[in-house]
Design a protein around this ligand. Structure first.
Ligand code: A2P
Length: 284
């Protein structure tokens, strides 16, 4: 299976498939289980979800329906911001495990950093949440832990106090919203960056640059986007409900974008797709 061969090693030796399947907005009321089963049949072995997405039970059901063994699929979930602090993070984890019905999870992430806008003692809040993450990791019920949407200035105080360093940071990243400096910062510290919304919900596919590069390489704009994310060292988490496009998004290992073409994509102007700067997110 092409996707499985291309895996990335986390700092603790755990291997994570180099492309994941994103499931945001696949809720339990629609066909999340069917879509996840289809994605696994298409070749994905890495499924990304979160308590906030409300679909953990359906993701588990999709894995069961796929016929592929649970152990062969790398599953990520995340603790939502309503469950910060040591006790609540543990509570959230137990709820997540109950929803999945699994004995263990592959990767568990803190979904958003606590920030100054919502907490005067935000560093403390992040440290307490992380203390629970470390214990969850030591319990052996998750194979790796990390964060999401943390920028270097959120990570710095966390790294100073952490006993187990985060293995992953999942950030918003795509042509037109390229947080290249943040990704580099993470890579330099052995934190594997992942890219959510790597196609800009479709919006990153329509620029002239994408059309031109699509012609040059004989690849679709989505494949160019995903390849660009990979070449920056991130794990892309594209989403598609369409089986043909699911497969298309995995066929990205047979070409390489030149340095010049990478730079063209890097230089694309900031897009209009709503990006949420973590320091601006208002928790309610
Ligand atoms: P669809 O589900 O109809 O394929 P992101 O991963 O950035 O959130 O983007 C997801 C959006 O991009 C979905 O609307 C999805 O539509 C679309 N999409 C995913 N893969 C492709 C592709 N290969 N070509 C065109 N659109 C795609």
């Amino acid at each position: 299976m092409e996707n499985r061969k291309k895996s990335v090693m986390l700092r603790n030796g755990v291997e994570i498939p180099g492309i994941g399947y994103g499931t945001w907005l696949l809720d339990d009321k629609t066909t999340a289980a069917d879509v996840v089963a289809e994605a696994i049949r298409a070749g994905y072995r890495h499924i990304d979800t979160a308590a906030y997405y409300g679909n953990e039970a359906s993701v588990a059901e999709g894995i069961r329906r796929s016929g592929v063994r649970r152990e062969e699929i790398f599953v990520t979930s995340k603790v939502w911001y309503t469950h910060r602090s040591y006790e609540k993070t543990w509570e959230a984890f137990e709820m997540t495990m109950k929803a999945f019905g699994f004995d263990s999870l592959d990767l568990y992430l803190v979904h958003w950093p606590a920030v100054q806008k919502n907490y005067d003692n935000w560093k403390e809040v992040n440290a307490e949440t992380w203390r629970a993450m470390e214990e969850i990791y030591r319990s052996g019920r998750v194979r790796a832990i990390g964060v999401s949407n943390f920028l270097p200035h959120h990570l710095e105080p966390l790294l100073e106090r952490a006993k187990v360093l985060p293995m992953v940071n999942q950030i918003e990243f795509r042509p037109g919203y390229s947080q290249i400096e943040c990704a580099k910062w993470c890579l330099e510290r052995g934190i594997v960056p992942e890219a959510w919304r790597p196609l800009g919900a479709g919006a990153a596919l329509n620029s002239e640059v994408m059309a031109e590069l699509s012609q040059t390489y004989g690849k679709s704009p989505a494949q160019i986007c995903i390849r660009w994310v990979l070449q920056h060292g991130l794990i892309p988490l594209p989403k598609s409900a369409n089986p043909v496009r699911m497969r298309e998004n995995l066929q990205v290992y047979d070409f390489t974008l030149s340095a010049e073409d990478m730079a063209k994509i890097d230089a694309l102007p900031r897009d209009e797709v709503s990006a949420i700067p973590p320091d601006e997110l208002v928790e309610n």
